[in-house]
Design a protein around this ligand. Structure first.
Ligand code: DGL
Length: 268
């Protein structure tokens, strides 16, 4: 059981930023990644559809005999985490709790910005979790729907990305937040543009850093940490365009991956 892989999934390349943090925190673990790039973005899809997609992907990953599941998609984590948790009996980790934990640890003023997909913002998941722990906090959430297609296209560090970030984040920048959560796993790939759009004293938190530590603890507590010294094997599967994914993976993972295209749902 200890030597089984960890399953990770997202709508596309975004979850690779989470995979990177997991590789850094748990360098001995095997990873199996699924990016549903053919159906990205997930950002404004209905919860029922997100549940159907998650079911298909989790069945695929469970067939690969994973020991834990990371929902490396902010939207699924925010909208249907409880439903996804019930789809399997292995440990499941999502992105909302780690993001909120990191933000509450970083903020001094309690003025917290959340940038995320439209679905995540509509769910109010971050706001609810923040206010439960810090009732005097002020949460400002902004949907940034163009960030995901920009990232999937590999346009993560150009003037279009800079201008898009400036427009989306102008109110947040003017609102004297001291901490901002990257509420979508694609957004760390736009970090340069996001930094330029916010005042330099705003702390930007990537939930994946805390998630990787939470995962380490979860595996340790469950006796599931891989003990073998041999190098881990990572596998990457996608539903969409391989060339695009492999190219962006070099940015997101800092190593390129040779993704395999799979037909989960009768796609071309
Ligand atoms: N990266 C995912 C998230 O964290 C999905 C974004 C999308 O596909 O719209 O929300």
């Amino acid at each position: 059981m200890k030597n089984k892989p960890i399953g990770i999934f997202d709508s596309g390349v975004g979850g690779l930023t989470v995979a990177r943090q997991i590789m850094d925190a748990l360098p001995q673990e095997h990873l199996i990644y699924f990016g549903d790039s053919l159906r990205a973005p997930y950002g404004d899809r209905a919860p029922e559809q997100l549940a159907q997609f998650s079911r298909q992907i989790i069945d695929f990953l469970m067939d690969k005999d994973i020991k834990a599941l990371v929902v490396a998609c902010g939207t699924i984590s925010a909208r249907i985490f409880g439903t996804v948790e019930q789809m399997t009996d292995i440990p499941v980790l999502g992105m909302v709790v780690p993001g909120v934990t990191a933000a509450l640890a970083a903020t001094k003023t309690g003025r917290i910005g959340v940038m995320a997909t439209a679905g995540t913002v509509a769910s109010g998941a971050h706001r609810t979790a923040i206010l439960t722990q810090r009732p005097d906090a002020q949460v400002m959430s902004v949907a940034c729907p163009l960030f995901v297609p920009l990232t999937e296209e590999g346009w993560s560090d150009n003037t279009v990305a800079d201008m898009t970030a400036q427009i989306y984040l102008a109110d947040m920048a003017a609102n004297r937040i001291d901490t901002a959560i990257l509420g979508c796993t694609h957004y760390p790939l736009l970090i340069n543009s996001i930094k330029k759009a916010l005042p330099s004293d705003v702390t930007i938190v990537d939930p994946a850093v805390v998630l990787a530590q939470d995962l380490k603890k979860t595996l340790g507590d469950a006796g599931l940490t891989r003990v073998d010294d041999t190098l881990p094997v990572h596998q990457f599967y996608i539903s969409g365009n391989k060339e695009k994914f492999d190219k962006i993976s070099a940015l997101a993972l800092k190593v390129s991956c040779d993704a395999q295209v799979v037909k989960l749902y009768g796609n071309k």
